[in-house]
Design a binder for this molecule. Sequence first.
Ligand code: NAD
Ligand code: UDP
Length: 310
Amino acid sequence: MKILVAGGAGFIGSHLVDRLLAQDHHVDVIDNFVTGQKINLKHLADNENFELFSGDICNLESLPREKYDRIYNLASPASPIDFKKISIEILLTGSQGHLNLLQLAENCGARILFASTSEVYGDPLVNPQPETYYGNVNCRGERACYDEAKRFGEALTVNFQKYRGVNSRTVRIFNTYGPRMRPNDGRVIPNFFMQALVGQGLTIYGNGQQTRSLCYVSDMARGIETLMESDVDQPVNIGNTHEMTILEIADLINDLTGNNTPHIFQDLPENDPKVRQPDISRAKNLLGWRPQVDVREGLKETMEFFKTCL
Ligand code: NAD
Ligand code: UDP
């Protein structure tokens, strides 16, 4: 098949590209490198089935003029530190950018997958979160640029499906980690490893009792592709159900790295979700997908990657 991956130079996108190329598909990537890195795709430079287009999905002119069978839209900054710096760009990427890709899908007759997020549930009042939960989102808060862009992107996707006949898939991605995360990305796993590997205290926001459930990137890429190739057009949560407090994650990373410097407690950012765990019944029942990588094993692999970033 001929496949376009928007945001393919990013962390999850580049792993998905590797997975698709390993199955002999032809894969084009479009990326504006706002948070992605060319180095994530460097190993593909000589691959005849791969082409990299530098461009912004918000700009129609920069989209490749090709006919695709599948379009994966993973383009969007995803780290809370970007929410302050490039909030307008994030809003436009989830709205205008996704609209452009939906129109491309309509023109080509391609199936399109939208990378949504657990953030559509906001600071959830229900735990674990099933796809039927409408969420608890502050549309004016620090995280609104991201949460609302994704909610709008989902609405756009549903309406293109209903009224314009575009075949769509929507994945709600929960916290994912692994090699190729940017070391200065600001998210919890890069921060903790980059601190622990040089013997610094880990920065814990708030009291560290908030929870996250960490999914290894190979499980995520497999889940995303499985959803794309399924006949499921409802949103599907993909993530690991092993819920841990941030303090537990910090202690595990200190254990793996041999760091014993005391933690540094800092203010909790506004609207930081207190709990997060995916209900993955739908992924299990409809896709036959479940995570396979244990968090300790996944973090060990990730540690080896961050060592090369020092
Ligand atoms: P990432 O920042 O590593 O990747 C995003 C990629 O999109 C980058 O390469 C970036 O340069 C590119 N991009 C951003 N705006 C663009 C634009 N306008 N035009 C072209 N390219 C653009 O982030 P990631 O962690 O790999 O996330 C990938 C997708 O998964 C995102 O849509 C994100 O919202 C979603 N997601 C990720 C997580 C996670 O835990 N990593 C959780 C939930 C949702
Ligand atoms: N966090 C932290 N220290 C850090 C970075 C993040 O305690 O150095 C916390 C953050 O407040 C949040 C959780 O870790 O509760 C996950 O943050 P991340 O930015 O990775 O993603 P989020 O799930 O909030 O989008």
